[in-house]
Ligand binder design. Sequence first.
Ligand SMILES: Nc1nc2c(c(=O)[nH]1)N[C@H]1C(S)=C(S)[C@@H](COP(=O)(O)O)O[C@H]1N2
Ligand SMILES: [Mo]
Length: 214
Amino acid sequence: MDFLLRRQREEQVKSEGRLPPGQALTQKFPVLHYGPVPVYKDLSAWTFSVSGLVDEEKTWSWDDFNKLPRRKVTYDLHCVTGWSKFDTAWEGVHLTDLVDAGIIRIRPEARFCIQHCEYGYTTNTPLEVVLASNFLMATHYDGKPLDPEHGYPLRGLMGALAGDKQDSDRYLWKGGKWLRGLEFTATDRPGFWEQAGYSNSANIWREERYWRGL
Ligand SMILES: Nc1nc2c(c(=O)[nH]1)N[C@H]1C(S)=C(S)[C@@H](COP(=O)(O)O)O[C@H]1N2
Ligand SMILES: [Mo]
């Protein structure tokens, strides 16, 4: 029964043009990452930093972070390992809102954004990708704070908007769980999975999964 429902749902998103090549629908929410899940006793020592090519580097506490403008957004998620999860409901902070409000002023020389996470994990994208509607700094999934294994208290999230194919649509690993900061740079700096053989560009519609070497 579950199997039939899954197939039906998959046919539906396929007919809507929402299933990228080589992907299959899942109704679960798999957990994927390298290394341990951070444990926070409380968030008093947690900070979020904005660094690199900005007019003013900033560091926010968890309380400060929660005063930033917030949005609710529904994404389709596409993992490089082949599963896609549709119509997922998130809440968090869009970088563009912070830029529009003048809270972060990115310098014109900046071309890339590096997400910095716990334990030194990073992932990198061109600046326009984190400024697109695809990128959310998410605190809530499905109306509740994130589960520890999905990135509590904050994760970078790369999702696709249903029915709105964009050049900035990326696989899910381009969002770093346990996000602690954003760095803006003039040159690109491949992150953890990018150095481990995943594609640097990671476009889901062009099926850029693995790095074939230079
Ligand atoms: N900090 C950190 N974030 C990470 C990863 C990781 O290893 N460390 N893995 C990425 C990968 S490969 C995927 S597919 C997604 C999985 O997110 P999920 O576990 O919430 O499904 O997280 C991404 N973010
Ligand atoms: Mo992944």
